[in-house]
Ligand binder design. Structure first.
Ligand code: UD1
Length: 370
């Protein structure tokens, strides 16, 4: 199928890969992106595929969105503010871009409907992932009560204080919206499904796990632990590891995520669905710091274990990939070690302004690191 696809936020890290993938599959791509400074720096020309048409504009701007939708067959909606920690104090900015932006898009789609919209959601909507208790029962509402009580036990426990074992998180786990960003992402999901069907549009949402790869904004300290660590190593500084580093995530390569979007845009069986997109492998933050140090030749730079949690952070959440595999035939292909090697090569060619200390100061000033 060859279509004209609008990619909102298409000049960003994930959007550029999505644009490349869609172009490689024979589509025409139009990008609507406001090129915000926190992500793009002061460079006015993002490294966007020259075959993509770029409209610089804000997703909240009705006129810009209507213009961007002219002649479009389908939409990938990625435009969003993406820092979980930052969402806890820039509440208005996040809610405006993420929720109102999605509302503006769908209102414009009433006049200019398309075949399908695929919206980027996030594993953040789960809060803590799924756990199993000592009796083998699944626990959907695990919480870290100890953090609230100021104890240094990072692991969630059951009501009787017994340890829980994390397991892969499937789509059916009840959302536990613990940050404004998570709330925004859930609103985007629901807006997509609520608004698509009545207007004859097919809505699809992808819940992305921890996406990494070359091109992730190195100077944006609010998003993506691998980009943050890479930027620290590049500047010869120790990465800061929150908690004890044993928290587990699923790191999925941006090229796999781009394939997932391109598939979700066309596969008939994706219509109306919400799918986890991850690699199916879980790793601790310490493990990825060690592997990245090796890939970047920085074995001598030991990370600093901060021993404090970022407020709103969850302990473990990693991806149950079975629905995407069974329904969409989707499987991540990128080997993690190879992915890190490519990331390391790319990072070595960049100059990253290290804003991690500034981020720490901003979070600490607001009491957001416990
Ligand atoms: C969060 C969101 C996710 C979102 C992503 C990027 C949750 C559960 N998930 O993921 O949906 O797409 O942010 O915005 O809210 N860490 C360090 N040192 C650092 C930075 C991070 O140790 O300098 C740790 C964090 O404490 C966390 C892990 O690394 O335990 C991953 O952090 P991050 O990359 O920010 O992503 P998540 O919080 O998992």
């Amino acid at each position: 199928m060859s279509e004209t696809v609008l990619v909102t936020g298409g000049a960003g890290f994930i959007g550029r890969f999505v644009a490349d993938e869609l172009l490689a599959r024979g589509n025409r791509v139009r990008v609507l992106d406001s090129l915000i400074e926190q992500v793009h720096g002061s460079d006015p020309a993002p490294p966007l595929n020259p075959e993509a048409e770029l409209i610089r504009g804000d997703v909240r701007d009705k006129a810009a969105v209507s213009r961007a939708l002219e002649g479009v067959d389908s939409v990938v909606h990625l435009a969003a503010e993406v820092g979980v920690g930052q969402s806890m104090y820039e509440v208005e900015r996040y809610t405006s871009t993420n929720d109102v932006g999605t509302a503006v898009l769908f209102e414009a789609l009433i006049q200019q409907p398309v075949r399908r919209v695929v919206t980027a959601s996030s594993m953040s909507i789960y809060g803590e992932g799924l756990y199993r208790d000592a009796e083998g029962r699944l626990v959907e509402d695990a919480e870290r009560k100890s953090l609230r009580d100021g104890q240094a036990n990072w692991e969630p426990v059951d009501a009787a204080g017994r340890p829980l074992t994390p397991v892969a998180t499937p789509e059916w786990k009840r959302p536990n919206l613990a940050s404004i960003y998570a709330l925004n992402k859930y609103v985007q999901e629901r807006t997509t499904h609520i608004m698509a069907a009545p207007y004859g549009i097919e809505g699809v949402c992808l819940r992305l796990f921890n996406v990494y790869g070359p091109g992730q904004a190195l100077s944006n300290p609010y998003t993506g632990v691998l980009a943050i660590f890479a930027s620290r190593f590049l500047n010869g500084q120790q990465p800061l590891i929150f908690e004890d580093g044993e928290q587990r995530r699923d790191f999925v390569h941006v090229s796999d995520v781009a394939r997932a979007f391109a598939d979700a845009l066309v596969l008939p069986q994706a219509a109306g669905g919400t799918f986890n997109i991850g690699s199916g492998n879980d790793r601790s933050v310490t493990e990825v710091a060690t592997e990245l140090a090796r890939a970047m030749g920085k074995n001598d730079v030991a990370p600093e274990i901060v021993g404090k949690a970022r407020v709103g952070d969850i302990r473990h959440c990693f991806c149950d990939t079975s629905l995407a595999r069974d329904r969409l035939g989707f499987e991540a292909r990128q080997d993690f070690g190879d992915g890190l090697a490519v990331l390391a090569e790319w990072v070595a060619r960049q100059t990253a302004q290290d804003k991690v200390e500034q981020m720490r100061a901003e979070l600490e000033a607001r009491g957001l690191v416990a």
